[in-house]
Design a protein around this ligand. Structure first.
Ligand code: HEC
Length: 153
């Protein structure tokens, strides 16, 4: 009896694994790209906001925590571009139409963010809050530069 039951749940597990492998192997749909990039920006925004709160004095400055957030923002800043594929300009997106016709500029703005975020990691590692605030401001300016051009309010 016990063996039969184990066999049955084993078969279920195999079916489940196959089903999820199939859905992973299938090409992502355009709406999946939109979801992906929005999810990345959501986490990026969350982590960035935590650093802004420290900078405003709303949260205490704990160096290791701040550094971790800076590292995450730097790493996440390299991800959204994967989600801006041709043909993903429809659906639940706030990307403006101009984005798709100015892809080189859009990519340059993404690179500026990655580079400012890289410098933020360096100053966070050094640990001087005054320098950190200046560099956080520059990083935020690179978010705004892109949003002003390419994101619907
Ligand atoms: C290179 C351009 C670019 C840069 C730089 C950029 N963003 Fe964005 N961001 C976008 C675009 C485009 C969208 C809209 C994506 C969509 O809806 O398809 C977006 C969306 C967002 C969203 C909304 C996510 C959602 O769907 O709810 C947040 C939050 C966000 N960005 C935060 C930031 C922060 C914080 C930074 C800087 C650390 C930043 N962004 C830098 C282009 C950029």
């Amino acid at each position: 009896m016990g063996n039969v039951r184990r066999g049955f749940s084993g078969a279920l597990a195999v079916t489940f694994v196959l089903a999820s492998t199939t859905s992973l192997a299938a090409d992502p749909r355009p709406e999946d790209f939109v979801k992906f990039r929005r999810a990345v920006f959501t986490v990026l925004g969350w982590k960035f906001q935590q650093m802004v709160s420290v900078s405003k004095g709303e949260k205490p400055f704990v160096k290791d925590e701040f550094l971790r957030n800076a590292v995450l923002v730097e790493q996440l800043s390299k991800l959204p571009l994967d989600g801006f594929r041709p043909g993903t300009d429809k659906g639940e997106t706030r990307a403006k139409a101009e984005l798709w016709t100015n892809m080189d500029d859009f990519k340059a703005k993404a690179e500026t963010l990655a580079s400012e975020a890289g410098k933020l990691v360096d100053v966070a590692r050094a640990g001087n809050l005054k320098d950190i605030k200046v560099q956080l401001g520059k990083t935020g300016a690179s978010c705004k530069a892109c949003h002003d051009e390419y994101v619907q309010k």
